[in-house]
Design a protein. Structure first.
Lengths: 498, 159
């Protein structure tokens, strides 16, 4: 109880609440605008958090994450262009409802469903995280090495259509992380006689370049070649078309609980993500529905299923990050960067040494969910306007903020050029079908994997078989091999089939 | 470009790149060989891994190319070139803005970049662009100076 009161006192400060609201507004606006995405918003906000206290900075990032995940549904409903990949399932029925003059109902349901999914996910995080952290305290270098390899493999496999490309991206991320000083012996590696590279490639340059600049490059190419413009549907002034009755909401509760459950489970597993959760929930809801023929034609159940699941990942996705120090997706990878800059190392020791901070963070997650409902409801007219911002106004600001943010975070012109370089790499990865998330997560997990492996080898006198003598590390390594072989076999069969 | 073409090209480039890095690696990491894993271990392992996977990708690409139906609708070359031109222009604008950041100063370099980018992204209302060029850089600068307590470069040409 004492820890709860201390945590409450830490998070319940005016600055934190303002930043939560600001994060939610920025997240919803960015999520609503097609062409921008949540990782871009979180990456752009990251440099701003460096000069804030850790709780304040994280509060803003969590606000952007939750707001952005919901915001994608606004453009999905109004223009049938999902603002985020996870909102693609919402577009199936949300836009149909809007075409029937019920855009207001769809938008409100999307908000309520998102907040419900977030709340369930936050509760799971709070209940499970402490228990998992206690188990993780028993992990040593062998276990962390095996876990890092497993997490990276899963992310590499599920992040894109190609197993090989996902693994190449992950390996490239690890390789980029080795540039600079060796973490154990201090030797300079892969600097190619460039003085600035002795400090390594900066995390912020990679994040902003690979996610924001690459997106700007993709968008400028599309705008130069595409002539289509999206038509934004109007919201009806008829109150009945914009309201949801309690009876309707009660009928949707089983769908909401199911969707939240799917989102929570998917969120806790590294690499899978909100989009898969949303589509899985939508598919399950259609199968179990009494009116499956309405799906795809404007079904409220369809919108509820998709939105509870896609926001249901937001809390549980922090479980592997906070308890094991392993980011499960791009957003948590960026949050890992935010924590590290403030000297907070996620993992089991965070719960031991910074229990008050963790408690404050959990309470903060619940506060953001509560504020999401208020901000989402009151700010809806503003967010709808955001969908209409011309790209010619938006993208120059985004690029200006990318350059500014990177320069502010690193105080180095060289690192701004590195950011541009990663932007070009990210653009080429998109054009050639390579997934970007494994690159980032490989970059973050690379040092953990390398240090853990070298420590494990020192402890076991360079006996690699010792990795298999410890049950947890053996289990993760065997699982890794099984996953690679089974996915590889499946892909081979797909290639061979007519 | 077809999927087979993309895979073949990317596989070939990555394979050549990883072979080049493997050759260059000993000169890039000075380390004493010893019983423990050296600083060169992980970079070498990753380069070999990328090389091996690239070879698989190259093979996949070649096999896919042989199976692919290349008689689909032709894509306009002018569209391709227009898109590529826009991408190169954006890269150039960002590079020039960065190069001028400490010389012309934050305000000047960003105003020019913002204006050029607005045109590049297809915005044609000149007074919108002018307002954006005049307002955006100082607002961002004030935000960083007063709220984040970070100074942005004034420009060596004006010192």
């Amino acid at each position: 109880m004492d820890q709860f009161l201390v945590g409450f006192g830490m998070i319940f400060e005016f600055q934190n609440i303002i930043l939560m609201v600001l994060g939610l507004v920025v997240g919803i606006v960015i999520g609503a605008i097609p062409g921008l995405n949540v990782p871009l918003a979180v990456a752009l906000a990251l440099p701003f958090t460096f000069s804030l206290p850790p709780l304040a900075g994280l509060s803003m990032l969590i606000g952007i994450y939750k707001g952005g995940t919901y915001g994608g549904s606004i453009s999905a409903i109004l223009i049938n262009v999902p603002g985020t990949p996870a909102a693609a399932a919402t577009a199936l029925d949300g836009n149909k409802l809007a075409r029937k003059g019920q855009a207001g109902r769809a938008l409100k349901l999307s908000l309520y469903a998102s907040v419900f999914g977030e709340l369930m996910s936050d509760i799971l995080l709070i209940v499970l995280a402490v228990q998992i952290a206690k188990i993780a305290l028993l992990f040593g270098p062998h276990e962390f090495f095996a876990l890092g390899i497993f997490a990276l493999t899963i992310i590499g496999l599920v992040s894109g259509k190609s197993l090989v490309k996902g693994l190449i991206a992950g390996a490239a991320g690890i390789l980029f992380a080795t540039v600079g000083l060796d973490p154990i012996e201090g030797e300079v590696r892969l600097a190619f006689d460039v003085y600035e590279l002795t400090g390594g490639l900066k995390f912020i340059a990679l994040i902003i370049g690979a996610f924001a600049i690459s997106e700007a490059l993709v968008q400028v190419e599309e705008r130069a070649t595409s002539k289509a413009t999206a038509h934004v549907l109007e919201i009806s002034k008829d109150r009945a078309a914009n309201s949801l009755s309690l009876r309707e909401l009660r009928k949707l509760l089983p769908t909401a609980f199911r969707g939240a459950g799917i989102g929570m489970f998917i969120g806790a597993v590294p690499g899978i993500g909100a989009a898969i959760a949303a589509f899985l929930s939508y598919g399950v809801a259609r199968r179990l529905s009494k009116t499956p023929e309405e799906f795809g034609e404007g079904s409220l159940e369809g919108v509820a299923a998709a939105e509870t699941a896609n926001n249901g990942v937001t809390g549980s996705t922090l479980i592997p990050l906070l308890t094991l120090g392993i980011p499960g997706d791009v957003i948590t990878a960026i949050m890992l960067g935010a924590l590290t800059v403030h000297g907070l190392i996620p993992g089991p020791t965070l719960f031991q040494q910074q229990g008050d901070f963790v408690t404050a963070l959990f309470i903060g997650m619940l506060m953001v969910t509560f504020l999401h409902l208020i901000v989402g409801y009151l700010g809806l007219p503003l967010f709808i306007r955001a969908v209409r911002i011309p790209p010619g106004i938006l993208f120059p600001l985004v690029v200006a903020l990318c350059v500014t943010g990177t320069f502010v975070a690193t105080s180095s012109i060289f690192d701004v050029f590195v950011m541009l370089g990663f932007g070009v790499i990210g653009y080429l990865m998109v054009k050639f079908g390579f997934p970007i998330p494994p690159l980032l997560i490989g970059f973050i997990l690379g040092p953990l994997i390398e240090v853990s492996l070298r420590q494990a080898m020192i402890l076991s006198d360079n006996n690699a078989l010792d990795l298999f003598s410890k049950p947890v590390s053996a289990a993760f390594l065997i699982l890794t091999v099984i996953v690679i072989v089974s996915v590889g076999w499946q892909r081979l069969r797909e290639m061979r089939s007519p | 470009m077809t999927r087979g073409g993309r895979d073949t090209l990317s596989g070939a480039v990555l394979l050549l790149g990883s072979l080049a890095l493997l050759v260059a690696l000993p000169g890039q990491i000075e380390t004493l060989e010893g019983p423990d894993l050296t600083p060169a271990f992980i970079p070498r392992l990753m380069i070999i891994g990328i090389g091996g996977l690239s070879a698989i990708l190259l093979l996949q690409g070649v096999l896919t190319l042989r199976r692919e139906d290349t008689t689909g609708p032709a894509v306009e070359l002018t569209d391709h070139l227009r898109g590529l031109g826009a991408v190169l222009a954006l890269i150039a604008i960002i590079a020039i803005q960065t190069a001028l950041l400490t010389r012309l100063g934050y305000l000047g370099s960003t105003a020019l970049a913002v204006g050029a980018l607005a045109l590049l992204y297809g915005h044609r209302r000149w007074w919108h662009i002018l307002v954006l060029m005049i307002l955006a850089p100082p607002l961002i600068m004030l935000f960083f100076r007063h709220l984040m307590l970070v100074l942005l470069p004034p420009g060596s040409w004006f010192e």
